[in-house]
Design a protein. Structure first.
Lengths: 337, 265
């Protein structure tokens, strides 16, 4: 939608300078500094001297992999964003560093995303999306107990959810900055990325399938099947909790953003968009006032957010459990291969 | 496409005051300019005009070409779509009431001012970012990032990534050429289903990942063979010249004056 025309812009998610307020930019920079600092420390401990060349080349890999495209329909094409793939293949810390590097170069060299708002872009695409993806993936693979379907279900849902949650975070930052009312930004951003996320999920699964076939040892979730020590379902569920917490936190932030600044509540009066996102669209007189909307709306939205997240979680766990039961008998045979 | 990625090296060599300015000073001044634009209140048109004039002055001094910078700075304009609705959501004097798809849409004067201000802020910011990257070689930017106290390891990773983007992009070109050579398709339509095409693309990404891992291992071994011990060592950057400091002071003064004027409005 917003491809820059020079490079394939991964998604309409790179915020340029001027669209976020100084306060929002600063808060995002602080969160980003903490996330990147922890990642540098953790990945430096495990990778040692390999850290710089490995992270550097893999950031270049993500950058280049975004050029791989495929025809969707009628001249449009889809391509990889890479947050989930990096998280799954490299783990959360190295994944964050890789995506941070990609976002930094996109902003510094190609003006794809601003400089002052780079903290927000890194937060959305480098930290939130990687942690959410890793949490979902670890949760599903822990439930799958090292079977192949866990890799694919986990990879797809991790990629899809990470893209959607990152877009929600973007919409919230825009709303807090008074750039775009949440009632419009949220459904628009999330709506577009619900579709983009499907492409992302398919490519991620394709990539994981290739790696699983060629270098099984690079996928800890699968090598756990072979009786390796890396299969730790408890830690996997811990990561799942981290991912879900972040996804929930972002979702719950939305009603706060809708209250700020004051003028945003007016969107409901002028446009009816706020309601349109939840109910059927209906016409409203321009000067109509909703008494008590500002008190009721956040609570209702929080409730809707919780219910939605619960439905998704229950559905996901239900499917995982059902598949696990279906596969129960096949397990013994499948361990052999 | 093969040419395009290489044409993307954003640095344009030249000899101008802006090119010669210390990279650290340039990075800090560009960020300060962007921050000034962000702080400028909506509708402070004289301040925006001054900022635009300042940007134009820098562009002329850099001899990059006004057309080039303006063209490149259009990159961020499509994002303005994200701010369009603010025109209708900000309370103010209604300018225009229209009925679209059953909604009464009110365009308010304050909303229009807010929208135009956001787009101006963004456009001016991108101009300065374009001048920064077009007039500074990438190693200079890395050095500037280091002296702004960014972690040494992170800057080294960014430097490595930039170094290998072009190598791995070539790898992608070869893979895509190979795919095109092996696949017959009608114009605008691929073979197979969308799901199948996405999986094939994913397979290529997986293949590229394995090649990249192998490449990074070769690079690491080559570094170790040349004495790399995991410590990132960099040359001390040259100290700032008097001219750099003077330019920085002048620029900051102008920005401060513009900001003061903007707050008065």
């Amino acid at each position: 939608m917003l491809a820059s025309g020079i490079l394939p812009s991964p998604a309409p998610m790179h915020i340029p300078d001027g669209f976020l307020s100084i306060v929002v930019s600063a808060i995002c920079w602080v969160l980003t500094a903490v996330g990147v600092g922890v990642s540098l420390w953790r990945s430096g401990k495990t990778l040692g001297g390999r850290q710089v060349p490995l992270m550097g080349v893999l950031a270049a890999f993500i950058f280049a992999a975004q050029m791989l495209n495929f025809t969707v329909a009628g001249g449009t094409s889809g391509h990889l964003i890479g947050g989930a793939l990096a998280a799954i293949l490299l783990g959360p810390w190295a994944g964050i560093l890789t995506l941070t590097t990609v976002v930094a170069i996109q902003a510094l060299v190609f003006q794809d995303g601003g400089l002052l708002v780079m903290g927000a872009n890194i937060l959305n695409m480098g930290i939130i999306s990687v942690l959410v993806a890793y949490g979902v993936y670890r949760g599903v693979t822990a439930l799958a107990r090292g079977q192949r379907w866990g890799l694919f279900v986990g990879g797809f849902s991790a990629a899809w959810l990470s893209v959607v949650i990152a877009s929600v975070a973007t919409a919230i930052q825009l709303a807090f900055s008074g750039t775009s009312p949440l009632g419009v930004a949220l459904p628009a951003m999330a709506g577009v990325h619900v579709l983009i996320g499907i492409g992302e999920g398919l490519i991620t699964v394709g990539a994981l399938a290739f790696v699983a076939a060629a270098r099984r040892d690079l996928l800890p979730a699968l090598s756990g099947v072979e009786g390796g020590p890396s299969d730790k379902p408890v830690r996997g569920l811990g990561w799942a909790a981290v991912g879900l917490t972040i996804a929930l936190a972002v979702t719950l932030f939305a009603p706060l953003a809708s209250e700020y600044p004051d003028g945003l509540e007016r969107v409901a009066e002028d446009l009816g968009f706020g309601e349109a996102a939840l109910d059927a669209p209906y016409a409203i007189i321009p000067d109509y006032v909703f008494p008590g909307l500002s008190e009721e709306s956040p609570a209702a939205t929080i409730l809707a957010g919780i219910v939605g997240a619960l439905i998704v979680a229950v559905l996901g766990l239900g499917i995982a459990a059902a598949v696990a039961r279906l596969r129960k008998r096949a397990v013994l045979q499948e361990i052999g291969d | 496409m093969g040419l395009r990625i290489h044409a993307l090296d954003a640095y344009r060599s030249g000899d101008s005051l802006v090119h010669r300015l210390d990279a650290r000073v340039k990075l800090v001044l560009a960020v300060l300019f962007i921050a000034t634009a962000a702080l400028t209140p909506d509708g402070a048109w004289p301040a925006y005009a001054l900022l635009a004039a300042l940007a134009l002055g820098v562009i002329l001094l850099s001899r990059l070409g006004v057309g080039f910078v303006y063209r490149r700075s259009a990159v961020a304009l499509p994002f303005a779509l994200a701010a369009v609705t603010v025109m209708f959501s900000t309370p103010g004097q209604p300018l225009l009431v229209a009925r679209i798809l059953g909604w009464d849409v009110t365009l308010s004067d304050a909303g229009l001012v807010r929208f135009v201000s956001i787009v101006l802020k963004s456009w001016l910011s991108v101009q300065m970012a374009v001048v920064l990257t077009a007039s500074t070689p990438f190693p200079g930017l890395l050095q500037a990032m280091r002296s702004l106290c960014l972690p040494k390891v992170l800057v080294a990773i960014v430097g490595f990534a930039y170094r290998y983007i072009f190598v791995i992009a070539d790898e992608v070109m070869r893979m895509m050429r190979a795919r095109a050579a092996r696949s017959g398709s009608r114009e605008g339509r691929g073979g197979g289903s969308v799901f199948w095409r996405a999986r094939v693309t994913g397979g290529m990404a997986g293949n590229l990942f394995l090649r990249s891992i192998a490449r990074s291992e070769r690079i690491y071994e080559a570094m170790v063979a040349r004495g790399y011990d995991g410590e990132v060592r960099v040359l001390r950057p040259p100290s700032l010249q008097l001219g750099d400091v003077l330019v920085a002071l002048l620029f900051v003064l102008v920005l401060g004056a513009v900001q003061a004027l903007a707050q008065l409005f």
